[in-house]
Design a binder for this molecule. Structure first.
Ligand code: ADP
Ligand code: GLC
Length: 490
């Protein structure tokens, strides 16, 4: 498994959660899974890390480069993780980008990761049956396997590319192909070329043995021009090999019954502890200590995708008409951050905002909230809503992508089978109405609210089923890869 993030070691968003959890579940099924990730400045080594004395040679650009390999385990498991130490590219605080400073080297950073991860297999003498890569940063792996490595031992490995977010594709100048030492022939409109640029994700989609994305609904959406981010043609071309499977969540880490980050634990059998969690969250986010006021939480990257600008627009109207509280933890777009900081000032005690990234506070927001707001414009899967449901905070979410597949929305005021409240359009007025009706339900129909809360807490969001699906996808990919070799050999 090759990826640019792996929780809990380094995390920007849900990709890290997936890479930190799926390998553990696959290992439990009896597979040998190894993970490769860059050693960014933010990662803290422990005494359990083992450095390799012999450097790994990476054949990129005009002359070979050398990097150092560190071996450790995914915390709480026997899954081996290899970190690539190459300071020129990874010794900076950001996982992506470089805060506009220094060289624009994003293409080279992730060409390097993909090439280094493949070379690591030769270096370790370990030939996996399947190489699973994630999003554009590692999408060149299937391209390497079909070109430079095809007749090498690793060329027998099947590749699976998971698309976590089609919006980010990795578009770069032609020089990135030269840096990767890939044949110029890959720069074709059906492979890596896209509108005069090199498109890493497109190359991965064309070359991967199998392609997955993180919900069945998103798998359908991305075949349409409106949601295909310019890649719907190639996705349609590969549609027979594209599978949508919902992500699971790590139910050991995200367990309200034993979560050590909470001031009190609780479960669907006894939700009492949630009151203490709400009180602590209100204190932490400087909200008035009112137990009966419905509290809407959010934990999010603050970008256009997540639609939280719609919430910022809706807040004044909501504040005037309903007695509710808002608790937001997020970071991202400076404009959106500023809007929320202004709202926190204007509605002091009712809107609480923490700008930044804090895993610990995230757990407490899920646990302390009565509802979880997720007005995403698009959402390939979404993990936050699953954490929220497990922690007894029914989502108020837009019906899109994985939110449709994971939340059972109340229908015409019937909450008997609901786990959340859904609204159709990415408009602040629609969001405001949905939050208003959620607040009314909380205050006026406590029994129905509780039913909805418990329905969500009881749902099985574990990796059990998705991991079994991935196991099938890997088997299928291995068969197809064998045939590819057979066909080329004759
Ligand atoms: P995405 O990957 O698009 O950001 P997901 O819902 O799949 O959306 O996953 C987001 C993950 O990142 C969740 O684990 C969420 O708790 C976490 N997260 C997002 N923002 C923050 C933050 N500011 N602090 C801590 N965790 C965050
Ligand atoms: C992406 C998507 C999110 C998904 C996550 C993990 O970041 O935006 O919807 O849950 O990847 O697959």
């Amino acid at each position: 498994m090759i990826a640019s993030e792996a929780a809990p070691l380094i995390k920007v968003g849900g990709l890290a959660d997936v890479v930190g959890a799926l390998p553990k579940e696959l290992a439990a099924l009896g597979h040998e899974v190894r993970v490769v990730c860059p050693l960014y400045a933010g990662i803290k080594k422990t005494e359990k890390w083992i450095p390799y004395d012999t450097p790994l040679t990476v054949n990129v650009g005009e002359s070979d480069q050398q990097c150092r390999i560190w071996e450790t385990r995914l915390p709480g498991s026997a899954v081996e993780v290899y970190f690539i130490e190459f300071n020129e590219f990874y010794d900076r605080p950001e996982v992506y980008g470089n805060s506009g400073k220094g060289p624009a080297d994003e293409d080279r950073r992730f060409v390097f990761l993909s090439r280094a991860a493949l070379n690591l297999c030769y270096y370790l003498g370990w030939m996996p049956d399947v190489i699973h890569c994630h999003d554009w940063p590692t999408a060149l792996v299937p391209v390497f396997l079909n070109t430079n490595d095809f007749y090498e031992p690793l060329g027998r490995a099947a590749s699976v590319l998971t698309i976590h977010n089609l919006q980010h594709q990795g578009m770069f100048p032609f020089s990135s192909i030269e840096y990767a030492n890939l044949p110029r022939s890959v720069y074709r409109p059906d492979c890596l070329e896209s509108m005069g640029s090199v498109n890493f994700l497109k190359g991965g989609i064309y070359n991967a043995t199998k392609i997955t994305t993180v919900s069945p609904e998103y798998a359908r959406e991305i075949l349409e021009p409106a949601n295909g981010c310019g890649l719907h043609h190639i996705l349609k071309f590969r549609a027979a090999d594209l599978i949508g499977e919902i992500n699971g969540i790590d139910t050991d880490i995200w367990n309200p019954e034993s979560d050590p980050l909470l001031p009190a634990n609780f479960s669907c059998r006894d939700t009492k502890g949630k009151d203490a969690c709400k009180a602590v969250l209100q204190k932490e986010l400087k909200l008035e200590g009112k137990p009966a006021v419905p509290l809407f939480g959010m934990v999010s990257r603050l970008y256009h995708q997540k639609g939280l600008d719609l919430l910022a627009e809706a807040i004044p109207g909501i504040m005037e008409t309903k007695d509710v509280q808002i608790a937001l933890l997020g970071t991202g777009d400076k404009e959106i951050e500023k809007k929320f900081l202004e709202l926190a000032e204007r509605y002091a005690g009712r809107v609480g905002v923490h700008i930044g990234f804090s895993d610990e506070l995230a757990h407490r927001v899920y646990a302390g909230s009565d509802y979880f707001t997720m007005p995403s414009r698009f959402e390939p899967c979404g993990l936050s809503q699953m954490y929220a449901m497990r922690y007894g905070a029914p989502p108020v979410a837009r019906s899109t992508g994985g939110l449709i597949d994971t939340i059972d929305g109340a229908i015409d005021g019937d909450y008997s089978a609901a786990t959340g409240i859904m609204f159709a359009d990415a408009e602040s007025a629609d969001l405001g109405l949905a939050m208003g009706s959620a607040a009314d339900t909380y205050i006026e129909k406590p029994e129905e609210y509780n039913r909805m809360r418990l329905n969500g807490m009881k749902k099985d969001f574990s990796w059990k089923k998705p991991a079994a699906t991935y196991e099938n996808i890997y088997r299928w990919a291995v068969e197809v890869r064998k045939q590819a070799h057979h066909l080329r050999a004759y």
